[in-house]
Design a protein around this ligand. Sequence first.
Ligand SMILES: Nc1ncnc2c1ncn2[C@@H]1O[C@H](COP(=O)(O)OP(=O)(O)OP(=O)(O)O)[C@@H](O)[C@H]1O
Ligand SMILES: [Mg+2]
Length: 211
Amino acid sequence: MSEADAPLVEVRDLKIGATVYPPGEKPHEIEIVHGVDFTVERGKVLGLIGESGAGKSTIGLATLAYGRGGVEITGGEVRVNGRDILKTSWRDVRALRGGEVTYVSQSAAASFNPAKKIMDQVVEAAVEHKKFSRKEAEARARALFEKLGLPEPDTIGNRYPHQVSGGQLQRCMTALALCPEPDLVVFDEPTTALDVTTQIDVLMAIKEALR
Ligand SMILES: Nc1ncnc2c1ncn2[C@@H]1O[C@H](COP(=O)(O)OP(=O)(O)OP(=O)(O)O)[C@@H](O)[C@H]1O
Ligand SMILES: [Mg+2]
C-alpha cells in the first residue's frame, strides 16, 4: 500500500510497559497498555475515552514514537502514513515529531519555555522542519492567533508565556501544533486545566482553526 492510500494512523496490538521500583522489592516491569488497536482515517477525529490513569496520554504519545521517562513501547505497530514509526531510524522519528505529527499537552504552562517569547516557540517546528520560512510561519501564527480568538493577534507573539492567561497559553499551544501544517495533531485533553466557560471557548476555537 502506498503512503497516499494508507490510513493516517494504524495502531495494532500496541503494548506499553513501565519499570516500577517499589520500596523493599526488586524493580519489575508492569504492562500499562495491553494491546490496543485503532485506525484514524485522514480528515477524521478520533477520541480516546477512559478514566484517569487508563493510558490515554501514553497511547497518544506513542503516535509520536515517544514513551515518557521509564515507559517503554514493548510491542505492536504504530503506522503513520503507512510506515511503522516504531521501527524507523532516529532521523525519521525527528522528521515525524513536530513535522508530520504534533502534540498539544494537558498543561500548556508546563510545556512552554518560560524564557522564550511565544512567537519564537510557535514557529520553531515549522521553520526547523523547513515547512515554511520564518516569515511565512509568523504570518501563519498570526492568522492562527486570530482564528483562536486571542487578543492582539498581531503582537501577542512578542509576549512571554507568563504574560498571557492560562486559557490563552493553551490556545497558543494549539497554534504551535497547527503552525507546521501537520498531518496529525494529538490533543491530550487540551481543556482539562481550564474553567468550564473557557473550555467551551477553547474547544470552539480549535474546531474553527482546524477548518
Ligand atoms: N514511568 C512510569 N512508571 C510507572 N507507571 C507509569 C509511568 N508512566 C505512566 N504510568 C502509569 O501508566 C498509566 C497510564 O498513564 P496515562 O498518563 O497514560 O493515563 P491517562 O489515561 O492519560 O490519565 P489522565 O486522564 O489522568 O491524564 C497510569 O496508571 C500511570 O500511573
Ligand atoms: Mg493523560
